[in-house]
Design a protein around this ligand. Sequence first.
Ligand SMILES: *[C@@H]1O[C@H](CO)[C@@H](O)[C@H](O)[C@H]1NC(C)=O
Ligand SMILES: *[C@@H]1O[C@H](CO)[C@@H](O)[C@H](O)[C@H]1NC(C)=O
Ligand SMILES: *[C@@H]1O[C@H](CO)[C@@H](O)[C@H](O)[C@H]1NC(C)=O
Ligand SMILES: *[C@@H]1O[C@H](CO)[C@@H](O)[C@H](O)[C@H]1NC(C)=O
Length: 966
Amino acid sequence: MFTQKLSAVLLLAGSALAYNGRVQEVLRRQPKVGNVTHSFDVARCPGYALHALSETHNGLTAKLNLAGAACNAFGTDVANLTIEVTYETTSRLHVHIYDTAKSQFTIPESVVSRPAAAKGNTAKKSDLVFNYDASPFAFWITRRSAPHAAPLFDTRISSLPPTPIAPVMAGDNSTALDGFPLVFENQYLQLASALPLGANIYGLGEVVASSGIRRDVGTNGGVGTIQNDWARDIADPIDENIYGVHPIYMEHRFNGSTNTSQSHGVFLLNPAGADILLLTPPSSNVSLIEYRLIGGTLDFYFLAGPTPQSVMRQYAQVVGTPTWQPVWAFGFQLCRWGYTSLAEVKGVVAKMRSANIPLEVMWNDIDLYHAFRDFTADPVSFAPEEMRQWIAELKANHQHYVPIVDAAIPKELNSTDFYAPYSKGTELDVFIKNPDGTEYVGQVWPGYTVFPDWFAPNTLGWWTDALRNWSALGVEFSGIWLDMNEASSFCDGSCGSGIDISNTSTPFILPGEPGNFVAGYPEGYNATISGPSGNITVNGTLTYGATAQAALAARGIGAGNQSDVDLNAPPYAIHNANGRLSLHTLATNATHTGGYAELDVHSLWGLMEAEATHKALQAVLPNTRPFIISRSAFASAGKWAGHWLGDNFSKWEYMYFSIQGVLQHQLFQIPFVGADTCGFNDNSDEELCGRWMQLAAFTPFYRNHNIKGAISQEPYVWDSVAAASRTAIAVRYALLPYWYSLFANASIDGTPPVRALFWEFPNEPELFSVDRQFMIGSDILVTPVLTPNVSSVDGIFPGRGKTIWRDWYTGAALNTTAGANTTLPAPLGHIPVHVRGGAALLLHSAPAYTIEETREGPFALLVSPAADGSAFGTSYLDDGVSNPPGPSATVTVHASKGRMKIESKGKFRVAQKLEVVTVLGVAKKPAKVEVGGKKVKGFTFTDAEEKLVISGLSVDLNKGTTISWK
Ligand SMILES: *[C@@H]1O[C@H](CO)[C@@H](O)[C@H](O)[C@H]1NC(C)=O
Ligand SMILES: *[C@@H]1O[C@H](CO)[C@@H](O)[C@H](O)[C@H]1NC(C)=O
Ligand SMILES: *[C@@H]1O[C@H](CO)[C@@H](O)[C@H](O)[C@H]1NC(C)=O
Ligand SMILES: *[C@@H]1O[C@H](CO)[C@@H](O)[C@H](O)[C@H]1NC(C)=O
């Protein structure tokens, strides 16, 4: 959902924060007020000294006392800290530094449960080793297997030269890293670690990074990255904080002399507003990561890896594995803001059908609502009985319906305005409050609104009822779309407290209406030459190549006010690109049950809403897997929901960014993710939309979504896009058993379904920055076209010439350039897809209109042998919907030269037969093919592609068989 730029929002509000009083009963002290003079010279902070160390069952604990006069840089130094070091498993080390008095905020276990530690003593067996200096206190983490190698994490950086980084705030001369100590204040925590010079860092987010997936650590005195952690509703700006917060990074270290590599991960479990900087001091032989947090504790989990994918699995052990998706979630989904009536929506569904473009899930944006209110449907344009009947028809056709749910709940306007979610919620005391205990009132689409407080005991029950009661209006959803949950608010502070709330108009002009026409088009679009199709027929010069914004955006408003600190503005001003933390969201003094201040729990709102919605759907739609797509997220949100990449733009650049977004969220353990296909903001065009429909068919969440007022972009709008979509969706549905198995693995142990190339080929440095291509599992490599006006695309093929890559469409082996780009033909309507040598993929042989119909059809098997003739694959099969998952079957294929064995294990009965087996890389036509020991005649062989196709089979996958050819 689109929301306006701040300038427009400010037009309305005019009201300052209505509540400036001290937050009551907060678990963490508020900033100093008034004209307190802060010393910003963090370099003079005294650091800590370690005392009273004692060994514990599998680690140690000690006291850290302030080692000199307090510096009170951005708050008050905490004199007494405790450090706990726990070797939780052989690959996970937990280091928690907290205030001994425990008055800093830490996330309650009910919100993010902590991982269980191994029972035995793992300290001696761990590959990670905790080392420390007592005074000044510093610690570093090494590998037991390589004690003399550079530490993985190292806070002993006092000997570095001063680092003249750009001032991060007025009055801060920021040579902070000179003699850099541990700083632990009530409002400011700072810790830095040395990284190898120019380290390969991935993760930290959510972000649209101009650097690509490999984050910029800067060079010689430069700050490469300031990752800001503060959940924010904003249309996907580059290099700024956006919707979600994930303080986890993975570092990948390559040793050129041994040609080996190791990855490790570092997760900071702290939702506080933060800047995480990646930088390189001048003339330095190291780069640095520096954490600057405005609250909480230093709660680090170090993950040993040593491969990229094992780091991700270890992270899943900390935050939980992703939720199981219903199998229909892999179908194509369609939405737009601006479907103004059910008649229009029905028309879209019908046009998809008549264009024969598979449609699995139809969505509605806020057009569905009556007066923009959650859990309503417009009584005229989405009338209850018609909705009910229509959704029943969808279900009969194996299709689904997903409506939007916004975060904010409108207030009743007067005594005759009855809106149960509000009145019930008030009665049950489920809304966020002002510091004085009155209700906090912000402003969103429906006018003045309150916001659910997920910490309140009655909220889950109330939310469940609200979702269940929607059915009375015919809204029989199969899943839920959670939007605006950063949480977004259009006014400043509790703007609706104590005022006349009858004005429900949106404080800015909606897109498509006079004064706000949607005028943007993709780069290179030229309407005068080719009309509404844009650049598709243009053969002129490319205008593509608009540069990304500079890596570091200017400081936002509010940064210079440090000598006159607002109660609601912590002394250290993080790089929230909105400036003041309370802008465009809940004010930081908004108060939750238990006394939690919004300041501390802000970035948890979306996570907590996703958890509540997941639990509500388990009650409303029992025994089926909750399907939820959420915009805001914090670490662990993948346990409850998937994610879409927010309000992107109909630009080639954003199609490219969608790849890094999908890859980031694999690391973040929210693997079910995708971008608004064809772009949300601005108008799309034929060429971009065609390329994007093809690319997104190879990402997990596949939804075309458009903004109100833009030209239509459903895949049937342009014939070439319709054709491209049919082709790509057919490949996607053929691959469904593969996708489904990858997601089963993710839900079982956190293995990422979509992969950057180096996650599979970690010893090929030329892959470490590749994010214009990606892999699905270990076996499929996608090389999309990401620029207009081209008919070929360059891609690198991992394995340096030793790995065979075969064309998905023809089966022919590709002639690759080792370690460098290979140019592939890619005319419109064609997306290059390659299958790795060594793969055996179970497929659906008859991709159909829906996932259900596809699953009812028979199976095919594609075998793409490695150079030695071997191939291997496993497929996980179950009923696709039951929750928790019921019986399953695992079909395993082992192939070697001239033969293969298909086996099955597990209790799930696979009804469909295996009818076609394709073997690639068969050098010459076999004289004899046997299946289950019996000679078969139904096979064909094509020389050019070295392809053997055995058809007309009826193999029972529950029993398995053997196949041979020679
Ligand atoms: C500091 O604040 C106090 C109390 O608000 C005020 O009386 C005083 O003038 C201020 N001092 C300065 C230097 O602004
Ligand atoms: C707390 O820290 C202060 C300052 O370092 C020290 O003097 C004091 O002994 C510490 N208290 C405890 C209980 O360790
Ligand atoms: C920062 O530098 C400026 C200019 O060199 C100086 O005037 C100011 O006093 C310095 N501020 C601090 C806090 O050291
Ligand atoms: C109360 O609010 C409703 C809108 O929900 C409006 O239709 C009605 O006129 C209002 N009544 C009064 C007395 O203002």
